[in-house]
Design a protein around this ligand. Structure first.
Ligand code: 6PG
Length: 505
């Protein structure tokens, strides 16, 4: 019994997390149903650390894994979300896990599944959830971690998670990076913070992914506008993205978008982006975010538009047919001078739209937190997204600061910094979005973002007419601006005298 941690599931994420944990001095016993994966990680550990210093031990059963662990056991799972998590949990029960053992799920699980699992496994072991972002490189050298669940379990796992998490330089707010095996980053602020009761961490990760969908779609729309309306090549656009990446739009997604656009296809030597089929995949976390936003009634149209944009992209055959039947406007030709200023406007349009997407994500978390009784610390959440995760960006430092200045901020758009930023750039934003529409170039996420902004800042919306419509056909009642809130009225639309009645509760 010499291993500190048991690790089950040695796919790309699991094996990289295991090596990351071992880098920080922990001895890890690992197991996968596929023995080849166990052999592969042992070989990797030895290659990186040397035979004598190897810290990973292989197991060929759940029982063997438990037999190698110090008590109480700490076991981390990295298996596909859904049924496989329960499958492993049942095997662990059969193998003899105890009530004070801790099992940590790190998959992209649906947050409600985590809530149910804590309840379901009570008395058998402590189920704890930790959402992980950062893809395979993040898992290996420092992910962003969103742990939630039993506070005792957190005290046990905290040192491990804080050690393996991505680190931020507290002075600059930027990631401290090292991609050298066996030589991890030790200093800096770790991108791991206790989020709250079980499920809260996976909820926050789900919203992270919803924001990720919006962020990616917005970048794709900027690319599409430059490609179509400005006739720019992928290489030109990559260069523009690199310039934008030096400023307020600095982010991992901007950086990798430039790299994707620069990539040549090894087969045809054209830009790879031109041979990649334009049908977007999705594993479901963006959809979950959109569904949750609809359920709790928190407007998140830019995130939802991004999910729909993926769905519409997948209707490739229909789009190809429609492209020969449905007309659009004549493309306007731009002079070099006009193109130059349109690119700068587009940078600001992307930035303002991005602020709205994040505002929606944070607003959604706040609404859900109220509904579920979670006390989410939004400044901390923004901080742990500054490094390690897919949406990492300098911008998150400004979000953290906004919530540090006002922890009860109703909406990010109301933070003085962001309201000033949008005031400064909104005319460029409006120009870009209207030019795209005039040219018939779809930009659903940018358009939804500007409508979100305009709706949010409008004191009187046409929902008054809507309430009238509802009352007309369904006697659904309305409230009046000049009567106490909550008091309901109905007018008898079919009666020529239109008597109004106050509805008694
Ligand atoms: C992350 C990513 C990760 C994964 C998404 C992609 O934070 O590391 O979000 O979780 O890349 O699941 O999801 P889609 O396949 O739906 O784009």
């Amino acid at each position: 019994k010499q291993c500190d941690i048991g690790f089950i599931g040695l796919g790309v994420m699991g094996s990289n997390l295991t090596l990351n944990i071992a880098d920080h001095g922990y001895r890890v016993a690992c197991f996968d149903l596929d023995q080849n994966k166990v052999d592969a990680i042992l070989a990797k550990d030895k290659a990186e650390r040397g035979q004598q210093a190897a810290r990973v031990e292989g197991c060929n059963s759940y029982t063997e894994l438990l037999s190698k662990l110090k008590s109480p056991h700490l076991i981390i799972l990295s298996v596909p979300a859904g049924e496989p998590v329960d499958h492993v949990c049942h095997h662990l029960i059969d193998a003899g896990v105890q009530a004070d053992d801790i099992v940590v799920d790190t998959g992209n699980s649906l947050w409600t599944d985590s809530v149910q699992r804590e309840e379901k496994y009570k008395g058998k072991f402590i189920f704890f959830s930790t959402a992980v972002s950062g893809g395979e490189v993040g898992a290996r050298f420092g992910p962003s971690l969103m742990p939630s669940g039993n506070p005792y379990a957190w005290t046990r796992i905290e040192p491990v998670l804080k050690a393996i998490a991505a680190k931020v330089d507290p002075d600059t707010g930027k990631p401290i990076e090292s991609f050298s095996p066996g030589n991890p980053v030790k200093d800096g602020e770790p991108c791991a913070t206790y989020i709250g009761p079980v499920g809260a961490g996976h909820y926050v990760k789900m919203v992270h992914n919803g924001i990720e969908y919006a962020d990616m779609q917005l970048i794709c729309e900027a690319y599409h506008i430059m490609r179509t309306a400005f006739s720019m090549t992928p290489a030109d656009i990559a260069q523009t993205f690199r310039q934008w990446n030096q400023g307020k739009l600095n982010s991992y997604l901007m950086e990798i978008s430039a790299e994707v656009l620069e990539q040549q296809d090894p087969e045809t030597e054209q830009p790879l982006v031109d041979v990649i089929l334009d049908k977007a995949g999705q594993k479901g976390t963006g959809l979950w975010t959109a569904v949750s936003a609809l359920q709790v009634g928190s407007p998140a149209q830019t995130i939802t538009s991004a999910v729909f944009a993926r769905s519409l992209s997948s209707l490739k055959d229909e789009r190809v047919t429609a492209s020969t039947q449905l007309t659009g406007p004549q493309q306007q030709q731009l002079t070099e001078q006009e193109k130059h200023s349109a690119i700068s406007q587009l940078e600001h349009a992307l930035y303002c739209s991005k602020i709205c997407a994040y505002a929606q994500g944070f607003q959604l978390m706040a609404t859900a937190a109220k509904e579920h009784g979670w006390e989410l610390d939004f400044a901390e959440i923004a901080k742990i997204w500054r490094a390690g995760c897919i949406i990492r960006a300098v911008f998150l430092q400004s979000i953290a600061t906004a919530y540090e200045q006002d922890e009860n901020l109703a909406n990010l758009l109301l933070a003085p910094y962001f309201s000033e930023q949008i005031a400064e750039y909104q005319s460029d934003w409006r120009q870009s979005v209207s030019q795209a529409t005039l040219n018939g170039i779809p930009c659903p996420a940018m358009m939804s973002a500007i409508s979100y902004y305009d709706s949010y800042r409008t004191a009187v919306l046409p929902a008054s007419l809507l309430q009238g419509q509802r009352d007309y056909f369904g006697a659904h009642t309305y409230q009046r601006v000049d009567k106490p809130s909550g008091k309901k009225f109905h007018i008898q639309w079919s009666d020529p005298a239109r008597p109004q009645v106050a509805i008694k509760k």
